[in-house]
Design a protein around this ligand. Structure first.
Ligand SMILES: Cc1cc2nc3c(=O)[nH]c(=O)nc-3n(C[C@H](O)[C@H](O)[C@H](O)COP(=O)(O)OP(=O)(O)OC[C@H]3O[C@@H](n4cnc5c(N)ncnc54)[C@H](O)[C@@H]3O)c2cc1C
Length: 380
């Protein structure tokens, strides 16, 4: 059998799963995505796609459309909590743009290009069984699907991962985030800028997405699963950031309470294997990371291209998946570890530590710029 006639079952139709299915489909494989949600819902948040990710969009012929629905980002600026600039990094020095995009728009771009029959919604994966060279996925609805290989792209709490390697809970990193969308554009918004503000155990950032949509995110030290304050999520945030740079409380106030999403932040210590025989993991299922470098979805996109290349080069999925994980491990490990270090810097809460961080950031400006550049220079 020619390798590209293979049927590949993809569990999870998030950014990683849908990009993988699209990349495989374009190369003549027969991927089928099984996604547990019944419809593509609006996730009220944005995402930054750095040059390493827009390279993948270009490969999938989606870059021009992504540029139309998103906003080109040129600078990543870090400030103190009262708005004093610490570092301003130009991120537009590559041959590829950086794009701020609504998650829903990115998702739609990926899903729309897949033939309808290759995306099956409302199916929750439960377990797999193997016979000879085939793998069979079993779903909660009692349907089954047989394929030549299976890719678990089912996110942070991947069921495929648990079935492969047993239950290992992700690690809560003492950080909670809130994300919001509003049409209010503060007068301090600088065109093309991601503006981030670092304070004592807290941080805040905002950037523009397409269609006049302003996206903001906040992070703070918090115990796991801490419930909302009885005063409400929005009021709690207004109080937390009341004495910060004036555009920050302004943005929170301009956002509807129901448009604020709260998420606990987790990762895993990077380990191999990700694969067993003709089954592998991809995206957050393989290497969940803190969002401090904004690279989780970008890495999932990179995985999509590499796993497709490996399946093209090696007719046996078992061999292809070994190649895939060995090509991807060091890159993803570096990002997961760097994101964690960045997160720890952001968690500093003592005023002296915060002052020291500000001084260090200024002193280490060239090293910080180089480190961002080398992350974004990777081409899958
Ligand atoms: C606050 C925050 C900000 C972030 N900002 C950025 C950013 O700016 N840039 C960036 O690159 N990344 C960012 N990320 C990370 C990014 O969101 C993730 O890394 C990315 O979504 C991972 O994609 P994925 O497809 O692997 O997993 P997911 O997006 O989690 O998708 C998994 C899919 O699998 C489905 N699923 C789960 N279980 C099953 C099952 N049993 N059966 C069938 N389907 C199932 C789910 O419904 C889901 O659709 C951020 C994350 C957070 C929390």
């Amino acid at each position: 059998m020619h390798s590209t006639n293979k049927k590949i079952i993809v569990i999870g139709g998030g950014i990683g799963g849908s990009a993988t299915a699209l990349a495989l489909h374009r190369k003549g494989f027969e991927p089928v995505v099984y996604e547990r949600v019944k419809e593509l819902k609006e996730v009220g948040a944005g995402i930054a796609l750095w040059a390493n990710a827009t390279h993948v969009l270009k490969n999938l012929d989606l870059l021009e459309e992504a540029k139309k629905v998103g906003v080109i980002t040129t600078n990543y600026q870090f400030n103190s909590q009262n708005g004093k600039e610490l570092i301003n990094i130009s991120v537009d020095s590559f041959e590829l743009p950086v794009i701020g995009i609504h998650r829903h728009d990115l998702h739609k771009l990926l899903w729309r290009k897949l033939p309808e029959k290759q995306l099956i919604l409302g199916e929750t994966f439960e377990r797999f069984s193997c016979s000879e060279n085939k793998v069979c996925a079993h779903f909660a609805s009692s349907i089954t699907a047989e394929g030549d290989a299976l890719i678990g792209a089912d996110g942070l709490r991947s069921k495929v991962r648990t079935e492969l390697f047993g239950e290992q809970l992700p690690i809560y990193r003492n950080f909670t985030t809130w994300r919001g969308l509003t049409s209010h554009i503060p007068n301090t918004y600088l065109s093309g800028y991601i503006r981030e503000f670092l304070g004592r155990g807290k941080g805040f950032g905002f950037m523009m997405l397409g269609k006049g949509c302003m996206y903001w995110y906040a992070a703070a030290l918090a115990p796991e699963n801490q419930p909302d304050d009885p005063i409400g999520r929005k009021k709690e945030l207004e109080n937390m950031f009341q004495d910060w740079f004036y555009s920050i409380p302004e943005l929170i106030t301009a956002t509807e309470e129901t448009d604020i999403i709260k998420t606990n932040l987790y990762d895993r210590v990077p380990t191999l294997p990700w694969s067993k025989q003709n089954i592998t993991l991809l995206g957050d299922a393989a290497h969940p990371t803190l969002p401090t470098l904004g690279q989780g979805a970008c890495m999932a996109l990179e995985d999509a291209l590499i796993v497709t290349k490996c399946l093209l080069e090696h007719p046996e999925p078992t061999v292809a998946f070994q190649q895939y994980e060995s090509q991807r491990f060091s890159r993803t490990k570096l990002i997961v570890e760097q994101s964690l270090r960045s997160g720890r810097m952001g968690q500093l809460a003592h005023p002296i530590a915060v002052k020291l961080r500000e001084t260090l950031m200024k002193l280490m400006k060239p090293a910080i710029i180089d480190s961002f550049k080398s992350l974004h220079a990777y081409r899958a």
